[in-house]
Every structure is written in C-alpha cells, then in structure tokens.
Design a protein around this ligand. Structure first.
Ligand code: HEC
Length: 173
C-alpha cells in the first residue's frame, strides 16, 4: 500500500468511527431510556398492587384461632396442627407484608404460646391443649394492649364458626 493510500485508508477509518460512534452511543442511550421507562412502569404497578393490611391478616388469624379451638376440643389433632400452620403462615405474611407497621415489633411475644400449642398437639394432650390455648388468647390480648388496640378483645369461642365444616375427627374406616 502506498503512503497515499495508507493515508486515505486512515482518513476513511477515522471518518467511519466518527460516523459510527454517535450512532452506537445514541443506541445505548435509547436502550437505557427504554429500560428506565420500564422500571418506572413496573414501580407504578407495584405501588398500586393490592396488599392486604394488618387488620386483614388478623381477621384470618381470628378464624384459625377459632377453628383451632374446636379441632383441639374434638381431639382432631391433624386439623388442629393444620390450623397452627395457618396461624404461622399469617404471622410470616405479617412480617413480610406489614414491615412498615411498628406493631410488628411486638409479634415475637406470640412464640411461647405457639410452641406450647404445637407441643400439646404433638402429644395429643387435651389438658395441655386447653392451657396453651388460654395462653395464646391471653397473648393476643396482651399484644392488642401494647399496640393500643386494647378495645379489641379476643376470647375462647362458644360456638363453631362455620356450619359447613366438621371439627370431629373423621372415623377411620
Ligand atoms: C403484634 C401484636 C399482635 C398479636 C400477637 C395479635 N394481634 Fe391482633 N391485632 C394487632 C393489631 C395492631 C391490630 C389492629 C390492626 C389494624 O390496624 O387494622 C389487630 C387486630 C386484630 C383484630 C381485628 C380485626 C378486625 O377487623 O376486627 C382481630 C380479630 C385480631 N387482631 C385477632 C387476633 C388474634 C386472635 C390473635 C392471637 C391469635 C392476635 N390478634 C394477635 C396486633 C396483634
């Protein structure tokens, strides 16, 4: 290659870079803008997504607290164990979805009652079940007191909550 054509090739290459670079950079910035727009859109979707409140989780716990009592009283330990699992799940959900509520800091006070009930169910022990259930109910109320919801009083239920569910242990045939 002659010195002249080398020089020409060099000029052509430089021109090429000058032409290509802005195009490539322009491409990057439109990609980033599109990505940012997508992030903003997703953020809006997240902000407006339905999220149950603490009161709704509590209403769920209320039902399981009630069913737990009738399951345990009927000696249906498998159902009682299931209801304990539901209560535990609601507590985990409160921790995850209601982390912005200061009351969540008081949640661990429920753990001794939960442990005690789990032990009673494992032992199929009616007396221990009853005393553990009393402890659980007292703890519900203690937490309502410390979180300024003392007007919300929980008690041992009188009648089964639903007429369409059998609490007695199904007979094993
Ligand atoms: C962290 C402490 C804490 C514990 C433990 C707790 N609660 Fe609550 N509970 C609250 C708070 C705070 C509210 C008010 C929620 C709100 O602002 O909507 C509440 C509300 C409730 C409500 C009212 C819901 C309604 O709309 O009527 C019920 C029922 C309830 N709790 C049942 C229970 C039961 C049953 C237990 C025990 C198994 C329990 N709670 C344990 C803190 C607690």
């Amino acid at each position: 290659m002659s010195a002249k054509s080398k020089q020409n090739a060099c000029i052509a290459l430089s021109l090429g870079l000058i032409l290509i670079l802005p195009v490539a950079c322009g491409q990057h910035s439109t990609d980033a803008e599109a990505l940012q727009a997508q992030v903003t859109r997703l953020q809006h979707q997240l902000d407006s997504a339905y999220k149950p409140g603490l009161g709704e989780f509590m209403s769920g716990i209320q039902v399981h607290h009630e069913k737990l009592w009738f399951a345990g009283k009927a000696g249906n330990w498998k159902l009682a164990d299931f209801e304990m699992g539901e209560i535990k799940e609601s507590i985990d959900d409160i921790r995850q979805f209601c982390a912005d509520r200061p009351e969540v800091a008081s949640l661990p006070m429920i753990n001794p009652a939960i442990d005690s009930l789990n032990a009673a169910i494992k032992e199929s022990n009616p007396a221990r079940f009853t005393s553990s259930f009393m402890l659980l109910t007292t703890t519900c109320n203690n937490c309502h007191k410390v979180t300024k919801h003392e007007f919300n009083v929980i008690k041992v239920p009188d009648t089964p909550p639903f007429s369409n569910q059998v609490f007695a242990k199904p007979s094993e045939k």
